[in-house]
Structures are given as C-alpha cells and as structure tokens.
Design a protein. Structure first.
Length: 301
C-alpha cells in the first residue's frame, strides 16, 4: 500500500530568515516584550501602537501599524503556541481600509548559533491566491525583510526595560526610590546620600561578590514628583554614561513601576564583560523585582 505523501505548502508560504549577532535570550526578550516591539516592528518608515500583547497560548495581540503615508493597518492575532526561547506560533488577521485581508498562520523559530541567533519566519496562507495577493498589495516579502532589518538595528542598543507591580501606594514607592536612607536599605548600602533634585550628584561604592568594588556616580537629570525620576549612570574609571528612568503608575491601591536603562552599549561591554546588558538586566531584576518588592511589602500577607 502506497504511503500518502505530506501535502506541500511551499506555494502558499512566505519564508524569511536572518542571523542576528545577539544571544537568543535577548532576541526573544525584544520580540515578546511590547515595550521593545513597538520600537522595531514593521517595515521602514512605519510606527506601531500596541493595544494589547499577551504572549501565551490563547493570548491576544492587537496593534495598529501606521504607514509613512498616514494609512493605518490594524492587526489582530491570537497566540497558539509559545515555547520559550524556541518557537512562537500565532494566527494573524489584518489589512487596511480598501485593501485585501492579510490572514495567515505565522511561525517564528529562534535557533542558537554560537552566541548568535537565527530567526526563521514562516507565514502560511490558506491558498496560493491569498499569498500572492498579500505579496502584491502589501509588498509582504520586502516588508518582512525590512522588519528583520529594523530588529537587527535595534538589538545592539536595546535598553533594559523592566516593569513590576507592587502592593503599595505611589507615595510609598516614590519615597523608597528617592529617600537616601530608604535607598540604602534595598538599593546600595554604601550610597552617601540622595535627593530628588535636578543636578544633584551622588557617589556610591558598589560591591559585587568575587569582584573589585566600583564607584557609581549618579546625576539626577529629571524629576516629576510622584511620577518620574531620571538620572545618568557612570562608573569611575570606566567608559561610557548610561541613563536610568523610573516611572510610576497608580493601579488601584498598588503601583506599577517601569524602569528603562538606556545607553548600555556606551560602557563597552565587549571590553568589560561585567558591564554587559545581561548583567545589568539580572541586577535590576534582583534590585527591583526582589529587594524593592521585599522592602515595600514586608509585613503584608
């Protein structure tokens, strides 16, 4: 009995791939965090507004792409499969007013290649005619290549972005991140002082286990009381200056805090590995996600 061969889907697929000079964990992060995605998604000249992005099976992803000609392209997708660091599958529905629908199933795979990452996109349409129509009307193949190009440009300077929600009011969180005495309890013990005043500069000795201590110099650059504070970040005797911004948003009786650390590439991590983006991310996860959380919520059930 002859075995029936699997039906070929080549004629109704678009397949694109690119190798990125970045570790798989970082590529995954900037794909799955909407704070990052909004900065690189879409062809050249496009911007994106992300209304909802819940990267889990069954989660919704709604965004509107804004073309350079002023035309909007609403997109609604549902995630079908998410295997961390390896694979994302979602059903996509989109288009623009007056244009054909762009409906397909997209599969993105992430393959580690010696510190680099190969990303492959497979977009599967119901019919060849639908595929050809989307390619012709939306210039989908070139648009996909440009989107991958924007991702490649974004990765080297991708900031650390971290959001956490605390069971504490804004006033309490604001004091914890701006009062020198409180900051010494969860942030840096050897910080001399801190004042939420533009132009204020402070120095702190940072000690990491098994490594020489460093002198951190912070200079406050922006303050909106109870909402936002920003400061420059540099290490004495080391290259570069990066920038930290902390924003707070009331959510019921709690507070959502968003930290953004930009300019990390200026610290020349290729020469100073301990100043790598990965180390900074791990540090902020520990400080914001663990130390600050414990400090704010101690004594709560």
């Amino acid at each position: 009995m002859a075995v029936k061969s699997k039906e070929s889907t080549t004629d109704r697929e678009i397949v694109l791939s690119r190798v990125f000079d970045a570790p798989r964990e970082l590529v995954w992060e900037v794909w799955t965090d909407p704070n990052h995605v909004a900065n690189w998604w879409g062809p050249d000249g496009f911007t994106s507004t992300i209304h909802e992005m819940d990267v889990r099976p069954g989660g919704k992803w709604h965004l509107t792409m804004h073309g350079p000609d002023g035309r909007d392209y609403p997109n609604k997708s549902i995630f079908k499969e998410v295997i961390k660091f390896e694979r994302i599958v979602f059903s996509h529905g989109g288009g623009t007013k007056g244009g054909p629908g762009a409906n397909f199933e997209a599969t993105w795979t992430f393959e580690e290649q010696g510190g680099k990452t190969k990303v492959t996109i497979r977009s599967l349409f119901a019919t060849r005619a639908e595929r050809d129509q989307v390619v012709k009307f939306y210039n989908a193949i070139e648009g996909g290549k440009q989107t991958l190009g924007r991702l490649a440009d974004y990765l080297p300077a991708a900031p650390v972005i971290l959001e956490r929600t605390f069971k504490a009011p804004v006033e309490k969180v604001w004091k914890a991140i701006t009062d020198g005495e409180q900051m010494r309890q969860w942030f840096i013990k050897e910080m001399k002082s801190f004042e939420p005043t533009v132009g204020f500069e402070t120095r702190a000795v940072v000690q990491c286990e098994g490594k020489p201590s460093k002198v951190l110099i912070l200079n406050v650059t922006e303050v909106t009381a109870g909402k936002r504070i920003a400061y420059s970040w540099r290490l004495e005797g080391k290259p570069g200056k990066s920038h930290v911004t902390i924003e707070m948003f009331a959510e019921g009786a709690g507070t959502r805090l968003k930290l953004t650390h930009t300019g990390l590439e200026s610290h020349q991590p290729e020469q100073y590995p301990d100043l790598s983006r990965t180390n900074y991310l791990q540090g902020w996860v520990s400080l914001i996600g663990e130390s600050l959380k414990e400090f704010l919520e101690k004594g709560k059930d």
